[in-house]
Design a protein around this ligand. Structure first.
Ligand code: HEC
Length: 115
């Protein structure tokens, strides 16, 4: 009986960490999307210095800036979906899951302390 309970607890914590991972998006998958769709403006290291950035005002967001790393996550994802100023909307080009994945990838540009 006791063993069964321990197993159940282990199983449940595994399941919840799997769903937490899913909710956080898969950065490895997001990398491909980033390179194909975002890097031209946001730059290889996400610093807002991509090839197209010179022509843009306001500049693409610097993903390693404290301002970005501390901003409201829901609002940031909404901007990816709906666009913001010079940034086009990606809500039809990318699925909700792809947006989660690419967001997880750009979040990795944040300094560890700011995450
Ligand atoms: C055509 C250039 C361009 C492309 C392509 C682009 N962005 Fe942006 N992005 C911008 C600009 C410019 C801003 C700043 C908008 C502002 O501050 O008004 C921005 C801002 C953002 C922000 C911050 C939004 C906010 O609410 O502050 C996020 C997050 C973001 N981009 C993610 C992405 C992702 C992910 C992709 C690829 C799927 C992408 N961008 C592709 C130009 C681009």
């Amino acid at each position: 009986m006791k063993k069964g309970r321990v197993l159940t607890i282990i199983l449940m914590s595994c399941l919840s960490s799997i769903s937490a991972l899913y909710a956080a998006g898969d950065a490895a998958k997001g990398e491909q999307t980033f390179k194909a769709q975002c890097m031209i403006c946001h730059g290889e290291k996400g610093q807002g210095d991509g090839a197209a950035a010179v022509a843009l005002n306001p500049k693409p967001r610097n993903f390693s800036s404290e301002e970005f790393c501390k901003a409201d996550v829901v609002a940031l994802k909404t901007s990816i979906k709906n666009g913001k100023n010079a940034m086009p909307p990606f809500g039809s080009a990318l699925s909700a899951e792809q947006i989660e994945d690419v967001f997880a990838y750009v979040r990795n540009f944040c300094p560890k302390a700011a995450k």
